[in-house]
Ligand binder design. Structure first.
Ligand code: COI
Length: 332
């Protein structure tokens, strides 16, 4: 059995090695190249491919893999939004993802960033650097006083809820699917409008679908409380960046922690030092003392990376051996 793993980074290599030692019957080859129209030919002769990339998987890639007789594709991440479901189905691909590699990694990071917003650490850092050690006017807010509106109560949202509760914050939640435990606790509100009206913090933990793109737009911000804080460590296009900029200008939004951006693929996880970066919304947002941008790093922990590598290789092996996997993605 032969698996080709695309886009393998240096930090992933030790985990690939470990998995190979645990699965000596599988021949794993790796490349640092991403899977695209130019590199797809490298997969000829393999039984399956393991991939992670933010750039889209083109229809041609699937067409070519199909022509090589390869139909087993395992993602090392959770999001499948850079794949065309119609093409996947057309060629009969079996795609797995890693839905739970470390919900805590993302939940902990999003809470950390909210705390940074509430305690105004970016402003203090800049003042401190200038030698200004005064307290005022950066009076802060406490997490235990917040009503945190968690949108999306899947694995990540649920860990975030536990952490927020641990800090004594009031939590309300919205999801189309209700988790029975949270239901029992009475955390769910019936509508997003209700969440917007009550929450002093809105944190996003939902996938990107056509139906969720720009869900935080002008209309949504208008329904929120004045001085709301926004946290997004999910997918950039969930927020209309221009609408967020306007809401920050008006003071409707008091601060935002963004681990993801609408157009991040051209900049995040690239070394942009000395490079010309044309992304006006990024520059606008990043210039603000009450906006924290991080380059999609919420997931990036030793536990998460190990699980992403090992779980995806095991899922690919399962697909090859049995034709299915408990991590099969249903594209309905
Ligand atoms: C995902 O797993 O879909 C993520 O967002 C993390 C990715 C940057 C590796």
């Amino acid at each position: 059995m032969k698996i080709l793993a695309y886009g393998i980074r240096e930090d992933e290599k030790p985990f690939v090695k470990e998995w190979e030692q645990e699965n000596p019957e599988v021949d794993v080859e790796i490349t640092d190249q991403l899977l695209d129209d130019e590199t797809v030919a490298m997969a000829k002769g393999f039984d399956g491919v393991v991939v992670y990339q933010q750039k889209p998987y083109t229809d041609t890639v699937f067409e070519k893999l199909d022509s090589y007789g390869i139909h087993n594709v395992s993602l090392r991440n959770v999001g499948v939004d850079n794949m065309n479901p119609a093409t996947v189905k057309k060629y009969g691909f079996k795609v797995t993802n890693v839905p739970v590699y470390s919900p805590a990694a993302i939940a902990e990071f999003s809470v950390t960033q909210l705390m940074n917003l509430l305690r105004r650490t970016k402003e203090y850092f800049h003042k401190f650097e200038r030698g200004d050690f005064r307290w005022a006017p950066q009076i802060s807010q406490e997490l235990n006083q917040q009503t945190v509106g968690v949108i999306g109560t899947g694995h990540i949202g649920r860990v975030a809820i536990d952490i927020y509760k641990g800090f004594g914050a009031k939590v309300i939640a919205y999801d189309v699917y209700h988790n029975p435990e949270l239901e029992k606790e009475g955390l769910y509100v019936d509508t997003l409008d209700e969440l917007y009206a009550k929450a002093t913090v809105v944190t996003l933990h939902i996938p990107l679908f056509p139906s969720t793109e720009h869900m935080l737009n002008k209309a949504a911000f208008d329904k929120m409380r004045d001085g709301v804080f926004i946290v997004n460590a999910s997918r950039g296009p969930l927020i209309d960046e221009q609408a967020l900029i306007d809401a920050l200008d008006s003071g409707k939004v008091a601060g935002a922690a963004l681990d993801v951006l609408e157009d991040e693929t051209k900049v995040f996880n690239h070394n942009m030092v000395g490079k010309n970066m044309t992304y006006p919304e990024f520059w606008n947002l990043n210039s603000r003392e009450n906006v924290l941008i991080s380059p999609h790093t919420a997931f990036y922990t030793n536990i998460a990376v190990q699980n992403m590598v090992k779980f995806s290789l095991s899922a690919n092996k399962d697909l090859i051996e049995t034709g299915t996997s408990d991590k099969l993605v249903k594209f309905d």
